[in-house]
Design a protein around this ligand. Structure first.
Ligand code: ZN
Length: 177
C-alpha cells in the first residue's frame, strides 16, 4: 500500500515556513525547495513523515477494535527524536473507547514526562479509510505540539499533510496569569 504523501498536498503557507525551520533545528533533512512552487513535496517530505506513517500503520496492527473493526494507529515524533506509538482501544461501553492518538500521547507522557514536545504526528489505519484525528485528540495533542508541526493522516485522496494549526485553529487554552 502506498503510504507516500500525495503531490500537492502541502501548500506553502506561513505555517509551512515554520515547519521548515523546525525541521532544520531538529536535525531532519528537508530541502528548502519544499516550499517553492513547481517542486514535488512528496519526495522532499518523504523521509521523516513517511517513516512516521509506517510506524503508525504498524501500531494499528495492535488495535483492540472488536466492535467497530476499525483499526487505527498513531505515531508521535517527539522533539527529542523519540517515536511513540499508540493504537485505538475500544470498550463494550462504546463511549470509553480511546483513540490511537490519545493512546500514543498518554504513553508518551508516561514514558518521557510532562515536558515533552511533539514535533510531528502521523495517523494510519488498516481499513483504507480516511481518519483525520478527531476533535478530542486534536485538543489533547494541542497541549504538547506547536501549530507549525506537521500532521499526516489518511484522506479519501490518500495520505495528507497539514500543519497542526490547520487541524485545530483556535484551540482551547487555559489562561495563564
Ligand atoms: Zn480521537
Amino acid at each position: 500500500m502506498n503510504e507516500g504523501l500525495a503531490r500537492g498536498d502541502f501548500q506553502p503557507s506561513r505555517a509551512s515556513r515554520r515547519i521548515r525551520v523546525l525541521y532544520r533545528t531538529r536535525g531532519f533533512v528537508l530541502a528548502s525547495s519544499l516550499m517553492e512552487p513547481g517542486h514535488d513535496p512528496l519526495s522532499l517530505a518523504d523521509a521523516p513523515l513517511t517513516a512516521l506513517l509506517a510506524e503508525a500503520r504498524a501500531a494499528a496492527a495492535h488495535a483492540y477494535a472488536p466492535y467497530s473493526g476499525f483499526r487505527v494507529g498513531a505515531a508521535l515524533r517527539l522533539a527529542s527524536g523519540e517515536i511513540v506509538t499508540g493504537a485505538n482501544v475500544e470498550n463494550a461501553s462504546y463511549g470509553l473507547t480511546i483513540c490511537a492518538e490519545r493512546a500514543a500521547l498518554v504513553r508518551a507522557v508516561a514514558t518521557y514526562g510532562p515536558a515533552l514536545r511533539i514535533a510531528a504526528v502521523a495517523v494510519a489505519n488498516l481499513n483504507n479509510a480516511p481518519s483525520p484525528p478527531c476533535g478530542a485528540c486534536r485538543q489533547m495533542l494541542a497541549e504538547f505540539i506547536d501549530p507549525g508541526a506537521p500532521a499526516a493522516f489518511p484522506t479519501a485522496e490518500g495520505p495528507k499533510v497539514v500543519s497542526f494549526g490547520e487541524l485545530l485553529p483556535l484551540a482551547f487554552q487555559k489562561a495563564h496569569s
